[in-house]
Design a protein around this ligand. Structure first.
Ligand SMILES: Cc1cc2nc3c(=O)[nH]c(=O)nc-3n(C[C@H](O)[C@H](O)[C@H](O)COP(=O)(O)OP(=O)(O)OC[C@H]3O[C@@H](n4cnc5c(N)ncnc54)[C@H](O)[C@@H]3O)c2cc1C
Length: 423
């Protein structure tokens, strides 16, 4: 029977409908349900498919403040066992003698962040969702085909013809957001002439929980520590390459691909091996013209997509999650409509400036470092060396990387007395 001839099922009515159960939408669904908000989350994918190593080979650097959020909403216990703490970050400019070294010990005991494979994060979301059944419904393998934004409610139409009524809908479908398009919210942005090649490597020597970022002329090359798997020491690579050269690297056989990686990694990890498939992501920056319209609000990459140079795209999305959860919970406590314009305006004010600033910082860093122009190299190397030597400046940048500065939502503030708390 086709969807069109299916007998009409009664519409589902919830407080909040989220479209996109990725890392941002899935985390938001768990957070809202934990706050007693009746939530429905829709994703076009079957979650089981997203747990496979071949689905998404990326691992994400989860900043300290994002970890605080995940702990506060009960998601962290499902993920913690699959993460690796980041205790140090070493930033170097090619083979220049200057480098920048962040050591978590400078600020306390808390790691700077944690590395988690995206597939493990997805699995943790599924487990945390299963614990929230009272307030959470999951519609997997379904897409939204229509949206009707009315004065009293917003109605989403699923591809099987069913209707979802909600006070508020959240677009969390990533960069190609269908709801953003249906609402006619424009985008600003540009493509970078770069592609991120992602791979997981095994290595003979331990990584000692240190993340490395090497600025090479084609773009940053990141070596990020992962937990051992069945006794194999592992790291995740994000190799930013010129877009016109990436395809030829991706087409190399395993031995030659590994040799290219070996040249860029250097010898400090010992003998290398390739684990699992290679992935590639074209890079670009995009920014939505508005974060809300009527009863629709945008979160995560649907609102802002940035360069991965600083590993902050997901962390910004998680800050959207924490801010939106706080605003929705406060609005509910006041007995107001969850799409109350003041709440949505507060969200836009709160998140837009922070997201724009990070988009700008990553754009400038990428332009400054992804080249081999001698005067620029000298200037940036002196800059790295200066930050490395000036303690307060270094701590300032470390706190930014940890996400513990600025106007943090309640869910991201570390409990009193715990290291990593914003000053
Ligand atoms: C190479 C690389 C490395 C990165 N590393 C880091 C890092 O270390 N740290 C960090 O903070 N960020 C990192 N990022 C950024 C981060 O991956 C993204 O910001 C993050 O994944 C965005 O999550 P999201 O949930 O908003 O969107 P997505 O992850 O794109 O999820 C969107 C979800 O919506 C679903 N969907 C889409 N359309 C529809 C539809 N029409 N109907 C129903 N469902 C739909 C999809 O199936 C998907 O599940 C990196 C990015 C890249 C490219």
């Amino acid at each position: 029977m086709t969807a069109a001839t299916t007998p009409a099922e009664p519409a589902i009515t919830v407080d909040v409908a989220i479209v996109g159960a990725g890392l941002v939408g899935g985390t938001l669904a768990v957070a809202l349900a934990r706050h007693g908000i009746n939530t429905l989350v829709i994703d076009r994918l079957d979650p089981a498919a997203t747990f496979a190593p071949a689905f998404d080979g990326r691992a994400s650097a989860i900043a300290a403040s994002s970890q605080t959020l995940l702990a506060a909403i009960g998601l962290w216990p499902h993920l913690a066992g699959s993460t690796e703490p980041i205790r140090e970050i070493r930033v170097s400019d090619g083979d220049a003698p200057f480098f920048l070294h962040y050591d978590h010990a400078l600020l306390g005991e808390t790691p700077l962040g944690f590395m988690a494979e995206n597939r493990h994060y997805r699995l943790a979301i599924a487990k945390a969702m299963a614990a929230q059944r009272e307030h959470l419904t999951v519609e997997a393998g379904r897409a939204v085909t229509g949206m009707d934004d009315g004065p009293d409610r917003i109605t989403l139409t699923l591809d099987d013809g069913r209707k979802i009524h909600a006070q508020l809908a959240v677009a969390a479908e990533g960069r190609d957001s269908k709801l953003r398009e249906l609402a006619g919210i424009g985008l600003t942005g540009w493509s970078y002439p770069q592609t991120a090649i992602v791979a997981t490597i095994g290595h003979a020597r331990p990584h000692d929980s240190i993340a490395h970022e090497r600025f090479l002329p084609a773009g940053p090359f990141a070596i990020l520590p992962l937990p051992d798997d069945a006794g194999v020491r592992r790291s995740s690579l994000v190799w930013t390459e010129r877009a016109d050269a990436a395809a030829s690297y991706l087409a190399l056989d395993d031995a030659r691909f590994l040799a290219e990686i070996g040249e860029r990694v250097g010898g400090f990890l010992g003998e290398l091996s390739l684990i699992g498939p290679r992935f590639s992501h074209p890079l670009g920056l995009q920014f939505a013209a508005r974060y809300s319209q009527g009863r629709l609000v945008l979160a995560g990459d649907a609102a802002h997509g940035i360069h991965p140079i600083a590993g902050q795209g997901l962390n910004l999305g998680l800050r959207d999650v924490a801010a939106l959860t706080e605003i929705i919970a406060d609005t509910r406590a006041l007995g107001l409509d969850l799409a109350h314009p003041e709440g949505l305006a507060r969200y836009e004010r709160w998140r837009r400036a922070d997201n724009l600033m990070m988009a700008g910082v990553t754009d400038v860093l990428n332009r400054l470092f992804s080249n081999d122009i001698a005067p620029l190299r000298l200037a940036r190397d002196l800059g790295l060396a200066a930050i490395n030597r000036i303690g307060p400046l270094k701590k300032f940048f470390m706190r930014h990387a940890m996400g513990t500065v600025g106007d943090l939502p309640r869910l991201m503030r570390a409990p009193q007395g715990q290291p990593g708390r914003s000053a």
